[in-house]
Design a protein around this ligand. Structure first.
Ligand SMILES: [Zn+2]
Length: 205
């Protein structure tokens, strides 16, 4: 079983999971220090043997641009919207065989809209097609839920693989609520893989 290592910023903010090899490289190069290690499990690099790091902390603070941290992916977008079309309200399980969930831009890109969390919603392919490149008021289609940026989605993919020790750092930094939200999110999308795949022919206007 390959386990990742939780990398913290110098500020102790959890950043991401990194593969063990990369974590070791950062430590050996002096770019990170080991915060938590599994004492009973050793790893060997070219020259040294050390306890396997579970949590490392970067020695220098790195600024993570928001666009890298909060990227909208369909996986997280659909999860945020509870796998439900934000126009007709149908959940993914009620879609017909040739329909799919898609990403809709509330203000279409062609009309000056952005790809930010606050401008994208989950839409079934028929609703997305019907809305086309029109503004909500032009066609009378308004999202059921006002789109907002979810918290710390960049970490949600990693939650499932966190060890107890690693989860403690997430909890310490963000609090229990966020950890539970992330776990719930992860739990959800683990159960719905087929319906949330990207629809190749669907418009994303
Ligand atoms: Zn719909």
């Amino acid at each position: 079983m390959i386990l990742g290592c939780l990398a913290l910023n110098a500020s102790f903010e959890p950043l991401t999971m990194v593969p063990m090899r990369r974590a070791l490289r950062l430590v050996i190069d002096g770019k990170a220090e080991i915060v938590e290690a599994e004492q009973d499990k050793l790893v060997r690099s070219e020259r040294l043997t050390m306890p396997r790091p579970a949590v490392i902390r970067l020695t220098k603070f790195i600024h993570v641009p928001r666009r890298f941290r909060r990227q909208v992916t369909n996986t997280f977008l659909f999860a945020r919207d509870h796998y439900r079309c934000q126009y007709c309200g149908r959940p993914s399980i009620e879609l017909k065989p040739r329909e799919a969930l898609t990403r809709d831009h509330v203000i279409p890109i062609s009309r000056g809209g952005t790809n930010d969390w606050t401008n994208v919603v989950t839409a079934c392919s028929p609703c997305n097609t019907r809305k086309g490149n029109r503004l909500p008021h032009e066609i009378g289609m308004h999202p059921i839920t006002h789109p907002v940026e979810p918290h710390f989605v960049h970490l949600s993919w990693a939650v499932r693989r966190l060890t107890t020790t690693q989860a403690r750092y997430i909890r310490t930094f963000y609090g229990d609520t966020i950890l539970h939200q992330l776990e719930a999110l992860e739990h959800r999308h683990g159960h719905r893989p087929p319906e949330v795949s990207e629809h190749p022919g669907a418009a994303t206007a």
